[in-house]
Design a protein around this ligand. Structure first.
Ligand SMILES: [Zn+2]
Length: 181
């Protein structure tokens, strides 16, 4: 019969009583998270790979190719376009090495064409923002023909001048309010 550790025994009369063990030290939340992540890694789960994907695959590749499935060490990566499929094939050895170096138990990598579900265009705020006239990275920049201020070209294409002039214009013709926005 094993004896309880000394910290759990208390003298009581001629005998001893057994005390409950001391509680385990409180583990920090971050520690729990790390433990969870390392257990993901050991299982070779897709969740862990998803999390590391942007870092592992690098910038243009990670947004055009995504891990789809992982079965007994075989990772399936989907590419959105034949061009990206080629790019992925080309960088497969480096990618595989990076994935393994990060601790993911990936044996091999399979690449397949993957068409992401079509996005809802109407009413999707992200899609609307992509085409928004104020995006200078999309439409470019030029001097407003009315005030001369460098402004997004998308605004000029839409209203003939910048959004600042547009606001002035709208306030000038306040009645009857003709707002086409
Ligand atoms: Zn202007």
């Amino acid at each position: 019969m094993g004896r309880a550790p000394k910290s759990q025994r208390r003298r009581f009369g001629k005998g001893e009583v057994l005390m409950p063990p001391e509680p385990a030290p409180v583990q920090a939340i971050s520690g729990c998270l790390e433990a969870l992540q390392s257990s993901w890694r050991q299982e070779g789960s897709l969740a862990a790979l998803w999390q590391d994907w942007p870092k592992l695959a690098g910038d243009p590749l990670s947004s055009h190719c995504q891990p789809l499935a992982m079965r007994s060490g075989m990772l399936t990566v989907g590419a959105s376009h034949p061009q990206w499929r080629q790019a992925l094939l080309y960088s497969k050895p480096q990618l595989l090495a990076a994935i393994r170096a990060a601790g993911h138990p990936v044996r091999d990598l399979r690449i397949q064409q993957h068409h992401p579900a079509p996005r809802q265009v109407v009413g999707d705020p992200l899609e609307e923002w992509k085409r928004h006239p104020s995006r200078i990275d999309v439409h470019g920049i030029a001097a407003c023909p009315r005030c001369g201020t460098p402004s997004p070209m998308g605004e000029m294409a839409q209203w003939g001048h910048c959004s600042f002039c547009r606001r002035i214009e709208l306030s000038e013709l306040s009645e009857p309010a003709e707002r086409d926005q």
